[in-house]
Ligand binder design. Structure first.
Ligand code: GAR
Length: 214
């Protein structure tokens, strides 16, 4: 099996990127995966520092001041130019044009900090997701890793993990627990499964193939 070149797209602190780097350093991403590129939508984010420390090449494609189509095209060009096999949206706060998922069909993975189809879609990102979940009064929340299609947060689900919401949770405490217990664990597992060729998409469903069936 050929080694998959993975690009991680970021827009902020990059703790999910860090979870991938730490997994790589522990050997948990396996031998079919290489973190080849970090692409950021802004130049002043800490995620770029994390990439540098981890020895991963990075590029910035500024979202600000560009039309969505122009931004999408520039990102696609950068990814194709780096022979990327898998694109991971890890706290990437930009909605892409439809061309993106056409070029990288079933090759883009996103991590969302809620149990899709709750608290997702346009306008649900970062801390806002947790504010809305607490306002609604849900007793469980969690994270979802899914393939990206043309609908925001609407693609086939790869993995989900739930946790209990506490009475005294604030958006910040809930966000932190969901990151630590759900996002940072699910994302590296999903990336490894993809790179090992173990994810099969059939319509809305993702099946995880047993190792002996690859
Ligand atoms: C994470 O909680 C991620 O799931 C969320 O933003 C945070 C980014 O953190 N993403 C979205 O809301 C996308 N819809 P990070 O930059 O530290 O990984």
């Amino acid at each position: 099996m050929s080694v998959k070149r993975v690009a991680v797209l970021v827009s902020g602190g990059g703790t999910n990127l860090q979870a991938l780097i730490d997994s790589r350093d522990r050997g948990e991403l396996g031998e079919n995966c290489t973190l080849s590129l970090v692409l950021s939508s802004a130049s002043d984010v800490y995620a770029l520092e994390r990439a540098k420390k981890a020895g991963i090449p990075s590029i910035v494609v500024e979202r600000k001041g560009k039309k969505r189509e122009t931004f999408t095209r520039k990102v696609i060009e950068a990814l194709l130019g780096n022979n990327i096999d898998l694109v991971v949206l890890a706290g990437f706060m930009c909605i892409m044009g439809p061309e993106f998922t056409k070029v990288f069909e079933n090759r883009v993975i996103n991590v969302h900090p809620a149990l899709i189809p709750s608290f997702c879609g346009d306008g649900f990102y970062g801390l806002k997701v947790h504010e809305k979940a607490l306002e609604y009064g849900v007793k469980v929340s969690g994270a979802t890793v899914h393939f990206v299609n043309e609908i925001t947060d609407g693609g086939p689900i790869i993995a989900q993990k739930a946790l209990e919401v506490r009475d005294d949770d604030t958006p910040e405490t809930l966000q932190r627990r969901i990151m630590e217990q759900c996002e940072w664990r699910l994302l590296p597992v999903a990336v490894r499964l993809f790179c090992d060729g173990r994810l099969a998409v059939e319509g809305r469903k993702v099946y995880i193939k047993k190792e002996e069936n690859i």
